[in-house]
Design a protein around this ligand. Structure first.
Ligand code: GTP
Length: 283
């Protein structure tokens, strides 16, 4: 979460993912359901080469279900199996396992055709910071970690989680760096809390979110902050929210930083409703 992505960090992360990739049959790429494209990593496809992958849209409980459906269709159209998950929903976790098993089975069928004895398919989880990698690994593991060689004096080997008898998962995820090729990507990632808040101006991130919501979620804005649909002056909008929520400086003036904190906290905790910050149509 606190990693800053300098070129050296990116190169190191890439090397680590490449090393781990050698051990697995396929990859589970986690993206954030609220911003599925911006939370993907542009280098992953090159790194993956021929390895197949499935996409897991995490935190679906915070995203707009209608958009999530569209995003799943978008990925499936590109022949990438995709599924949306709320880690606290047991059925979702079961469905992830099922999809992973199917992908693993495809791989084993190929091996069988080559005359190689099938074995448990192995996968790893990859994704940008804060997307939910550790949480999903824990849910899939459910205390089924198979420890190998982790005693002192023994070279530390990779640990495998036996999710099912025919499906094993690497216990450590591959961390991918986010891409900031476009300004909007940075704002979306900052809005959901992937990028440290200090890196972009809180007020700018908030203005970006409000502008997006004015187009896509005007009702939620109206309901939470009593902002009129045709109010288009950002200063007036910040003032309105500040007054309504008591975001004041000692002299009684509105604190724009406080307003920004309030709006971003409301967004990240779902209090603004289920919001997705990019649509497949934009892609
Ligand atoms: N609402 C919701 N929150 C989730 C979900 N999955 C994960 N989270 C939360 O997202 C935050 C980040 O989760 P982690 O599992 O630490 O993410 P990570 O990708 O391992 O993060 P790094 O260690 O920074 O790379 C935590 O507060 C989780 O509780 C989900 O499906 N829904």
């Amino acid at each position: 979460m606190t990693i800053q992505w300098f070129p050296g960090h990116m190169a190191k992360a890439r090397r680590e993912v490449e090393e781990k990739l050698k051990l697995v049959d396929f990859v589970m790429e986690l993206v954030d359901a609220r911003t599925p494209l911006s939370s993907q990593n542009p280098m992953l496809q090159q790194v993956l080469q021929q390895k197949s992958k499935m996409i897991v849209l995490m935190k679906k409980d915070l995203a707009d279900a209608r958009q999530t459906e569209k995003w799943i269709a978008y990925f499936r159209e590109k022949k990438i199996p995709a599924i949306a998950v709320d880690v606290n929903n047991k059925a979702d976790i079961k469905n992830v396992i099922q999809m992973a098993k199917e992908l693993g089975q495809e791989k084993m069928d190929k091996l069988l055709k080559k005359g190689i004895q099938p074995r448990a398919a192995r996968a790893m989880i990859v994704g940008i910071p804060n997307v939910g990698k550790s949480t999903l690994i824990n849910r899939l593991a459910n205390k089924k970690i198979a420890k190998t060689g982790d005693r002192p004096g023994i070279t530390k080997q990779q640990l495998w989680i036996k999710v099912k008898k025919d499906f094993e998962l690497l216990d450590t995820p591959g961390i991918l760096w986010p891409k900031f090729e476009e300004e909007a990507v940075g704002y979306r990632l900052a809005a959901i809390g992937t990028i440290k808040d200090q890196l972009l101006s809180l007020q700018d991130i908030t203005a970006f979110v409000i502008q997006y919501m004015q187009v896509h979620y005007p009702v939620q804005l109206e309901e939470r902050y009593e902002i009129d649909r045709d109010m288009d002056d950002m200063l007036e909008i910040f003032n309105t929210i500040g007054k309504q929520r008591g975001a004041l400086l000692s002299g009684g003036n509105i604190s724009f930083d406080k307003v920004a904190e309030i709006v971003l906290r409301d967004l990240r905790t779902g209090r603004l409703g289920n919001i997705t910050l990019e649509t497949p149509e934009q892609a």
